[in-house]
Ligand binder design. Structure first.
Ligand code: AMP
Ligand code: GLY
Length: 425
């Protein structure tokens, strides 16, 4: 098979690494890709992930049997729709179905309409109305930009003054068009987890859960980011929680999307809060989590390609349930200093491509290869150091041992990835 993978981050490097292991693959091409992905695929750096026409043209030119879309920007740009029109199977939902992620106002209205558990909310376009709504909600106030903001468009404000400042910042253009509308919602108390399901438009196969660390600094302090680390399995996902999330969130979502004329194909990422009243949806994403994908790929014990293809073709019914290694995998994200607000660009990284032994994989996220062959930082999140172990403690020790072998003065990472799981004992 000829497969085209779309994207350029750590998630796509992990997908490329996993897909390339399949005996079904003849050629793997990645657009635009990154220097780490170059080990597994032919890169097309000139083809951008959100250029639907260019992706479709490349897919036709390489006679792709399957296109696998990594990032949300490609889905929101209609890559899946363009491929559907060209008759090329695509793993990733249509633009309409991807609104579950690309518009918080859309997904909140969908959840409300379908009676799927989530926090109460309101949508606002005018600062005065949003400020007035603070009288209805109780602190802490949860304020979200409606559109895509790379995981950074959410503020949790402890008091009204802070909340008002956030409202003004977001509606004042901090996230551009993505913040032209905002959502204010009820604060949900509980532990969070990410649950993934492979969907073919009608059916969903549970892939299992992971937990990520959204705050930039140790102790879950600092600004929200796209994710500073992850691990799987996550102890928060007890069998009861998974069962409740499947029956109350995942299956009804897939059934309702089909009934509403936007069948969902691809991976559904349900960000869930385990509250006293059971799982509630924090957010949906229309793609794999980054860095949750990295840990799931290392634990997944089967050939991934038949699953991706069956989702894209619209029938997963013949496939066995996905199977995962019992080991724990932890991912530590190394980010450029200054991330998330203003990451330092261009600092040199040494030692990222050495052999770290059988239990460790280092995936590239925002890296670039300089003309002199050196590796340099080219983004906020730059490297993903992933390690497996018999338990969280062993996985974590191996991951941080590998981190210490990388010589990158321009980078930083959290030193406490996995603390929740470790605290549980
Ligand atoms: P989101 O991008 O919607 O996932 O929000 C980013 C993060 O903000 C989530 O991962 C949660 O940690 C937090 N968050 C979002 N919505 C809520 C809520 N209603 N209650 C409590 N925490 C929330
Ligand atoms: N790690 C969170 C996300 O991918 O949105």
């Amino acid at each position: 098979m000829n497969i085209l993978l779309v994207g350029s981050g750590g998630r796509e490097h992990a997908l490329a690494w996993k897909i390339a292991q399949s005996p079904l693959v003849k050629t793997l091409v990645c657009a635009p890709g990154n220097p780490g992905i170059a080990k597994h695929a032919e890169l097309k750096p000139e083809v951008k992930a959100d250029d639907a026409d260019a992706i479709a043209a490349l897919a036709r030119e390489m006679k792709a049997d399957l296109v696998v879309v990594g990032p949300e920007v490609a889905l929101a740009a209609g890559v899946a729709d363009r491929l559907a029109a060209a008759g090329i199977p695509c793993f990733g939902p249509s633009q309409k179905a991807a609104q579950l992620e690309s518009s918080k106002a859309f997904s909140k209205a969908f959840l409300e309409r379908q009676d799927i558990p989530t926090a109460g909310y309101g949508v606002y376009e005018k600062p005065a109305e949003a400020r007035a709504a603070l009288d209805v909600f109780k602190p802490p106030y949860v304020i979200k930009a409606d559109g895509l903001a790379s995981g950074k468009g959410v503020a949790i404000s402890p008091d009204k003054r802070d909340a008002e400042a956030e409202i003004d910042r977001m509606l004042g253009g901090r996230f551009g068009q993505a913040g032209a509308r905002i959502v204010i919602e009820e604060f949900m108390d509980g532990e969070e987890g990410s649950l993934f399901a492979l969907c073919d438009g009608q059916r969903a196969l549970l892939l299992g859960g992971a937990q990520d660390h959204k705050r930039a600094f140790d102790g879950d302090m600092g600004p929200n980011t796209g994710g500073m680390g992850a691990y799987s399995p996550a102890p928060v996902f007890t069998p009861e929680l998974v069962e409740a999330a499947d029956t109350r969130v995942v299956q009804p979502t897939i059934a309702a999307m089909a009934a509403e004329g936007a069948p969902y194909r691809g991976v559904l990422y349900a960000g869930l809060m385990a509250t006293q009243d059971g799982p509630k949806v924090v957010e949906f994403n229309a793609r794999f989590g980054d860095p949750e994908c990295q840990v799931l790929m290392m634990r997944w014990n089967q050939d991934i390609v038949p699953y991706l293809l069956a989702c894209a073709r619209g029938d997963v019914s013949g496939l066995p349930a996905p199977q995962f290694k019992p080991q724990t995998v932890i991912c530590v994200v190394m980010a450029a200093k200054g991330y998330p607000d203003s990451p330092l660009e261009g600092s040199i990284i040494r030692g990222a491509d050495q052999d770290f032994g059988p239990h460790v994989q280092v995936f590239h996220a925002g890296t670039r290869r300089r003309p002199d062959g050196l590796l340099a930082a080219a983004g906020g999140r730059v490297l993903n150091i992933c390690a497996e172990g018999d338990d969280v403690a062993q996985a974590r020790e191996r991951a941080y041992l590998a981190v210490r072998k990388i010589d990158w003065p321009g980078g930083f990472c959290r030193t406490d990835i996995g603390w929740r799981a470790l605290d549980r004992g």
